[in-house]
Write a protein that binds this ligand. Sequence first.
Ligand code: NDP
Length: 326
Amino acid sequence: MFKGILIENDDAGYRATVRDIDETSLPEGDVLVRVSHSTLNYKDGLAITGRAPIVRKFPMVPGVDLVGVVECSMNPEHKVGDTVLLNGWGVGEVHWGGLAQKARLNGDWLVPLPSQFKPQQAMGIGTAGYTAMLCVIALEKHGVKPDDGEILVTGAAGGVGSVATAVLSKLGYGVVAVTGRPEETTYVKSLGAIEVIDRSVFSSPGKPLGKARWAGAVDVVGNHVLANICASTKYRGVVTSCGLVGGMDFPSSVAPFILRGVTLVGIDSVMCPRIDRVDAWHRLGLDLDVDILRAITREVGLEEALPLASCLLDGKIRGRVVVDVN
Ligand code: NDP
């Protein structure tokens, strides 16, 4: 038996509880991992609370991220004793995830833990941080350089936003951070932001084109915020869109794209090819100051993770939550 969060949805209702789970009920897979840490991402908050239909099979162990040690392997890539990392691939949605002491997984989903990081540090980064790195790499691939101008980062006090702010600042970009929590201004500046703007500036319907200011952007919000960012991005600037905390809509016009040559880049971490994941984690090892992870992260146990899920969805969590599952 092992401990884990189990989400059930039956006549007794939708509920997530910490339970003793029998190892024989683990799903199929060629690698058994003894999990040490997982995290709480926005998607995990949705899964645990049931606020959106993230979980597509019941019962389900949530947790889109995990790190742990291989306990049993039929996969030639992973040996017993290796420390491995997993982000996404539908884990915590259609396949049992990381918020438990054991996980049986497809070995092709696992990547080795980069040597720069301890297991809990890797979870301090988690899917949120790895997605932030995918956004940074996308800006670079589309030619945005530090000298081109300011980069706007939304949801800056949250998971993706905190890591994006820290990495871009370390790379020499001038980061302008957007937050809805003025009380987090000092925190966001401590990550390297040169200026902090209140969320309300971007959240109402705006014009098709506004004053051109941003060389690039990392947006976790969507909706009017994303539309207003596109409208205020400089000629040939690049906007990366990875989140929807403000909603799924995108009430924009084609004006920024056809008149200013703005590029909108979609970022997906879940099905991202392995080669790009390994590259993103390698880059995190180079470009994220591990000391900053201490400021970004708080660590909790499985029981404590449950009430924090709704706090996260309400935008009340600073940075990242690491879950020590043991
Ligand atoms: P967090 O909850 O950690 O951070 C989100 C932040 O967004 C909050 O801290 C808050 O920051 C801000 N925010 C919250 N509600 C609103 C709102 N209504 N309007 C504007 N801003 C708001 O989540 P993550 O950083 O983990 O994830 C952010 C988004 O990115 C989510 O939508 C998530 O699903 C998505 N995501 C997508 C991935 C992909 O593969 N495409 C992977 C990972 C995440 P502040 O108070 O500073 O404004």
